[in-house]
Design a protein around this ligand. Structure first.
Ligand code: F6P
Length: 353
């Protein structure tokens, strides 16, 4: 009887999950395992909801966005008897081990199940936020940011025509990678990310200079930007998910920044929020290849008995790292990146020193 591997995708979806599932399944079948897909992340394990994954289930999905398994932000450690039920399902489904694909939350659960309940689990990193510290890149980020760059360039076109300042708000949660890469790659005139304390005066000055030069300007902002109290919408009581993260959907960051700019410069300003559009569509080549490779690696790691570990990208290699390291501190934008972005945005002619 072949050993059964349970595969799940948890947290926010992103392009690359399907190629990762495909890579894991094809490699696992080749190594003599049977694969079972758990529906909607940890929820599927709690409810014992799984289906067998055959070659025909995964053969045509490499270019598809989303996840064929569905996903959720369910945390078994926060549900009544969640962990108990998850452990029972492992037994009743006859699963030898798990491959958990997700970000810090999903992988944090995987780590705890491994450390506290000796569940044989291997992690696969995914998130459009690119904020996992144990891997150089997470799949989903390249596609999401490519979509955001495209949106930014479209905003530049219309901003140029109307002589306006355009503000683009992107996702990324507490990490500014999506905004940073979008702004740098699209030629923004100002980038605001959570890692750098928001400086309204600096932003307004920089926009005025850019506008004077070319009669339009682009600002890219992260959804999770923190404003001084007076500027933010203090009436909204933030909703939280199972993992304690504030849902940022009602924060209105882009709008707040646009209003500040219009008020502070007198220039007509518009804001656009691309939100979940960043999470859909075909994965880019980079994401397909990264997802395929970490997916395959997770099946190889299962075969080698490397549990409590996660497949990760370091340089151009796919290696294994401990889940503890992976689910630990978040990877935030460093000072060097902030300085590089600021230099590009400020775009000064030669200055005498
Ligand atoms: O973590 C991925 C992410 O896309 C964040 O960038 C964003 O804040 C969040 O998920 C949105 O979550 P939801 O899909 O639950 O609205």
């Amino acid at each position: 009887m072949p050993r059964k591997i349970g595969i799940l995708t948890g947290g926010g979806d992103c392009p690359g999950l399907n190629p990762a599932i495909r890579g894991a399944v094809i490699q696992a079948l080749d190594l003599g395992y049977e694969c079972w897909g758990l529906e909607e992340g940890w929820k599927g394990l709690i409810e014992g909801n799984a289906r067998k994954l055959t070659l025909s289930d995964v053969e045509g999905i490499v270019g598809q966005g989303g996840t064929i398994l569905g996903t959720s932000r369910t945390n078994p450690f926060k549900k009544e008897k969640g962990v108990e039920k998850a452990l029972e399902s492992l037994k009743s489904l006859g699963l030898y081990s798990l491959i958990a694909m997700g970000g810090e939350d999903t992988l944090g659960v995987a780590q705890r199940l491994y450390a506290e309940h000796q569940v044989k689990v291997v992690g696969v990193p995914k998130t459009m936020d690119n904020d996992l510290s144990a891997t150089d890149y997470t799949f989903g980020f390249d596609t999401a940011t490519t979509i955001a760059v495209d949106a930014a360039e479209k905003l530049i076109d219309t901003g140029k025509s109307h002589r306006r300042v355009m503000v683009l708000e992107v996702m990324g949660r507490e990490a500014g990678w999506v905004a940073l890469f979008t702004g740098m790659a699209a030629g923004a005139d100002y980038i605001a990310i959570p890692e750098k304390p928001f400086d309204e005066t600096e932003m307004l000055e920089q926009i005025k200079v850019a506008y004077q030069r070319k009669k339009h300007a682009l600002v890219v902002v992260s959804e999770a930007l923190k404003f001084p109290k007076s500027a933010s919408n203090g009436n909204v009581i933030p909703e939280k998910d199972d993992f304690g993260h504030t849902l940022l959907k009602e924060q209105g960051t882009g709008d707040t920044v646009a209003k500040m700019i219009e008020k502070g410069t007198g220039i007509e300003t518009r804001a656009a929020v691309i939100g979940h559009i960043q999470r859909g569509g075909k994965p880019t080549l980079f994401d397909r290849m990264l997802a395929t490779r970490v997916g395959m690696k997770s099946a190889q790691m299962t075969h080698a008995g490397q549990f409590g570990r996660m497949a990760a990208m370091r340089g151009s290699e796919i290696i294994d790292v401990s889940l503890k390291e992976a689910a630990g501190t978040l990877k935030k934008v460093s000072k060097d990146w902030i300085i590089a972005a600021q230099t590009l945005c400020a775009k000064r002619e030669t200055v005498s020193r």
